[in-house]
Design a protein around this ligand. Structure first.
Ligand SMILES: Nc1ncnc2c1ncn2[C@@H]1O[C@H](COP(=O)(O)OP(=O)(O)O)[C@@H](O)[C@H]1O
Ligand SMILES: [Mg+2]
Length: 528
């Protein structure tokens, strides 16, 4: 038994005032102690119990949305009893207090028909001498709830004094409720805002032209989001056709450089001297044929982004020059003396194993670290097969638009072929396969015959995917596999362009000379 419960059994009149003051003091301490309304209210009810012997203290609040009064916090009531304690304004004692905004005293709950005892926490009411005191909680003149307590029926209790005390306490509680409501409102406002911003970011960093919801792609989007806010150099890694160029664009268009130029140069296609004049520009007369002064890609990209594709193919001598521009942000045009200063973000891409290139002395280590401030690894398509259906849909729509066709469906069998294929050319290959099928298809459904898997006498094991087969034990040699793919891609490109070699070369990123050579090598049919 607690010592202070004895102290309050019979309250000597002189002690009452002191007790009230300490009670109010304790309660004011409690209401100021935290923003957690429930915690505060539990303390308040506990103090009323300890100091004033008030039992079953209950705080009810009116929910304006459904016009229902429910118990927020209660002392001495079980969860179930609390759950049962729901009233409409005007209903029962608590409901009347809330409706009228006036306190009510029920001297003996056993004799009061209005007393609903809805929580059923008081056993057989007839046998207990319980009084029930209930005061409204008012905020800005409006009743927002009620505070009630039970008192054991005793001679020396002055209900008027109790009501006065409870009324003071209820005004303190009202302030706590006000603060709580303000905090809740602010919290839900911030939550809404947070949600809205997150949605916006999602939209922003999931541009409609990048398709794929796989975990691997989500990670890529997250990195794009982070990196686009910075000026850091980005190195994009991944097999050919995985979307490196697409991602380079996305980074640029989501950065604060979006309004400035995005300039691209592929380091693979050009011989060394041409590459340097493309990068740094030249002065008139720098070499034979330099009739005018020409700006290089670095200058053209000033204020924006320079994307150097196939960086792994950059010759060593050019690597030195690139390193200097990155470090000093300045350079001279070929044949020039004047120093040009530039502000660019550099994005590079490669499908090569750059670390191996560094180890074997083909790529400068210092340049490697300069370029590789942030790297983004793009997964191959076979590592994110779950994205194949959305990609198929995306390319189907695109191909239909471009070719004025209306293919709407793809048969389950055809989809299965696409799901199981290894896709050495990744998304680019899938894109081409769909476009080819759309062009050749005669109905509104794509059927398996539109997706011939290259077999070339080596059996389907070469290019179809069997998860049980380790890559090393796939039949066929890599050069042969590459040849099959090359031939198929060139065929598809020629098909797409009606046999136009120049356009087919453009589609594939080849020079006209190269495609001419390959066409002869594979004895492919062309227009001319
Ligand atoms: N996630 C993707 N969503 C939609 N299209 C993609 C995606 N990834 C690649 N593509 C498309 O595939 C083709 C090849 O992409 P690209 O960025 O050129 O690859 P890479 O530079 O890695 O060789 C492009 O037509 C590109 O639009
Ligand atoms: Mg590329």
């Amino acid at each position: 038994m607690k010592s202070n419960s004895k102290q309050t059994q019979s309250v000597p009149v002189l002690k009452r005032e002191l007790l009230e003051i300490t009670t109010l003091y304790e309660i004011s301490k409690a209401t100021n102690s935290s923003l957690d309304l429930e915690g505060v209210m539990e303390q308040v009810l506990e103090i009323l119990h300890q100091k004033m012997a008030m039992e079953r203290g209950t705080l009810c609040l009116l929910d304006e949305d459904n016009d229902e009064i429910s118990i927020e916090v209660a002392r001495g009531l079980s969860e179930q009893e609390i759950e049962r304690g729901r009233y409409k304004p005007g209903e029962g004692i608590t409901g009347r207090v809330v409706a009228a905004g006036e306190p009510i005293i029920v001297k003996n709950v056993g004799e009061e028909p209005l007393f609903l005892n809805r929580t059923r926490s008081r056993g057989d009411l007839k046998r207990t001498n319980v009084s029930f005191l209930c005061v409204p909680i008012k905020l800005d003149g409006k009743t927002i709830g009620a505070l009630s307590v039970d008192r054991l029926f005793q001679q020396d209790i002055s209900f008027e004094e109790d009501i006065r005390l409870l009324t003071i306490i209820s005004s303190m509680v009202a302030q706590a409720v006000r603060i709580h409501q303000m905090v809740e409102k602010e919290k839900s406002r911030l939550e809404d805002e947070n949600l809205r911003l997150k949605r916006e970011l999602k939209k922003r960093f999931h541009p409609s032209n990048i398709v794929g919801e796989s975990k691997r792609m989500q990670d890529v989007y997250d990195t794009i989001e982070l990196v686009s806010k910075t000026k850091a150099n980005v190195l994009l890694r991944g097999e050919s056709g995985t979307g490196k160029e697409l991602i380079a664009h996305a980074i640029h268009y989501h950065s604060d450089r979006a309004e400035k130029p995005f300039i691209k140069l592929s380091c693979a296609a050009l011989p060394e001297t041409l590459l340097e004049s493309e990068l740094f520009g030249y002065e008139k007369g720098a070499f034979t044929g330099a009739m005018t002064t020409k700006m290089g890609r670095f200058e053209l990209a000033h204020g924006g982004t320079l994307f150097l594709d196939e960086i792994g193919d950059l010759p060593l001598s050019t690597q030195v020059k690139l390193l200097r521009v990155i470090q000093e942000r300045e350079f001279e045009r070929l044949g020039g003396t004047q120093t040009v200063r530039v502000d660019i973000r550099l994005i590079t891409a490669t499908n090569k194993d750059l670390e191996k290139e560094v180890r074997e002395g083909r790529f400068r280590e210092d340049l490697y670290y300069r370029l590789n401030v942030v790297s983004i690894f793009l997964p191959s398509l076979r590592e994110r097969r779950e994205d194949i259906p959305v990609l198929v849909n995306h390319f189907l729509k695109e191909a239909c638009g471009e070719n004025k066709k209306s293919v709407k469906y793809i048969s389950d069998e055809a989809m299965e072929i696409l799901m199981n294929y290894v896709w050495p050319g990744n998304v680019r290959e899938l894109e081409n396969a769909i476009e080819r099928a759309v062009v050749l298809g005669k109905s509104e459904t794509l059927t398996p015959d539109l997706f011939p898997i290259p077999q070339d006498g080596r059996g389907p094991g070469l290019t179809t995917f069997n998860p049980q087969t380790p890559a090393e034990s796939l039949p066929g040699l890599l050069p042969e596999a590459v040849e099959v793919l090359e031939k198929r891609m060139i065929e598809a490109a020629l098909l797409k362009t009606g046999g136009n070699q120049r356009r087919a070369a453009q589609l594939l990123g080849l020079t006209e000379r190269m495609i001419g050579y390959k066409i002869k090598q594979y004895s492919l049919k062309t227009k001319g």
